[in-house]
Design a protein around this ligand. Structure first.
Ligand code: NAP
Length: 292
């Protein structure tokens, strides 16, 4: 297909955009005198992939001058003891952000644990308080992956006002908040939210100037799903025997799209950078840093 005049699509480089976001955050923190801001992570049980992710993210936090704290708890911890540990972090004025690494080992009630985290310390932005604020358009912490997609759109100056956006996947982690963000005043896109019950997905996605795939279905989006010149964001990260796979068939899609995220190196690094952004914002919401 030569729908984008035979040009290869622009690569929406999430590593580069994330670096820029971190540099801006670092400069802001330095200008504010390098205040002590702490992100705490609760890790229950052992999981090599999660530990690797936390190490990488906390290294980035350290480089910005943020403090990190990792609370390791045994997999067989009682629900009441886990809740008590989270309550202590909630009550600690030196801790500005809390992330409970999910999933929790079987038998533990994750909702009961994350529900203890108040909105202003809820870095993932997934508690009812923060999702409610997002719906109401009130300042709060926005879930990191959809926020990362918005920051990537902003970094590359992709126009959203009056554009058609299609999001594939309606989870509260990605698709639903992104629908709110893209359709909010200021972004002003006209948004369609597709899911597994959407008939003839390709007809729907071909309407999109901005297409976000967040289905967790490897290779779901191919060239036939793309409007020529569209900007395509691949959020999918499905572990397979061949490694982590995205939702977008990159090779065929780049022949038609105007811009596309690589995967890895697209939306993933943006999510991590937005964890750091949310930690700084959390400190502002708690009065540790001046309001923006
Ligand atoms: P989820 O809760 O499983 O939701 C998946 C959504 O996609 C559901 O709404 C589902 O529809 C829809 N869907 C699944 N297969 C579909 C298909 N064939 N056609 C159309 N819609 C389909 O997943 P999630 O937590 O949102 O995560 C989605 C993907 O993003 C996963 O691969 C995850 O690993 C990845 N992820 C990446 C990042 C990042 O930093 N890049 C962060 C978070 C998640 P129904 O509602 O009808 O079931």
């Amino acid at each position: 297909m030569t729908a984008n005049s035979g040009q290869q699509a622009l690569l929406l480089d999430g590593r580069e955009a994330a670096r820029s976001l971190r540099e801006n955050l670092g400069a802001t923190l330095a200008a504010e005198g390098g205040p002590d801001v702490t992100l705490a992570t609760v890790m229950v049980g052992e999981d090599e992939a999660s530990e690797r992710y936390i190490r990488m993210r906390d290294r980035q936090a350290d480089n910005l001058g943020l403090r990190t704290r990792l609370l390791r708890l045994p997999a067989d911890i009682a629900q009441a003891d886990l809740e008590e540990a989270v309550r202590e972090l909630v009550a600690d004025p030196e801790v500005h952000g809390i992330i409970v690494q999910l999933p929790l080992p079987g038998g533990l009630d994750a909702d009961a644990v994350t529900g203890l985290v108040p909105p202003e310390k809820d870095i993932d932005g997934l508690t009812e308080g923060n999702l409610g604020r997002l719906v109401r358009g009130v300042t709060g912490l926005i879930p990191c992956t959809p926020l990362g997609v918005m920051r990537l759109i902003g970094h590359y100056g992709i126009p959203t006002e009056g554009r058609r956006a299609v999001i594939v996947g309606r989870s509260t982690v990605v698709g639903l908040p992104l629908t709110l963000l893209l359709s909010a005043r200021g972004a002003d896109a006209t948004v369609t939210l597709a899911h597994s019950r959407t008939p003839d997905l390709a007809t729907v996605t071909r309407e999109a100037d901005i297409l976000v795939a967040a289905a967790g279905s490897p290779g779901l989006i191919t060239a036939e799903h793309i409007k020529p010149g569209a900007a395509v964001f691949d959020v999918g990260m499905t572990p397979t025997d061949a490694g982590i796979e995205g939702d977008v068939d990159f090779n065929s899609v780049q022949e038609v799209a105007g811009a596309v995220t690589p995967n890895p190196g697209g939306t993933g690094p943006m999510t991590v950078a937005c964890v750091l952004e949310n930690t700084v914002k959390a400190a502002r919401l708690q009065g540790r840093l001046p309001a923006e």
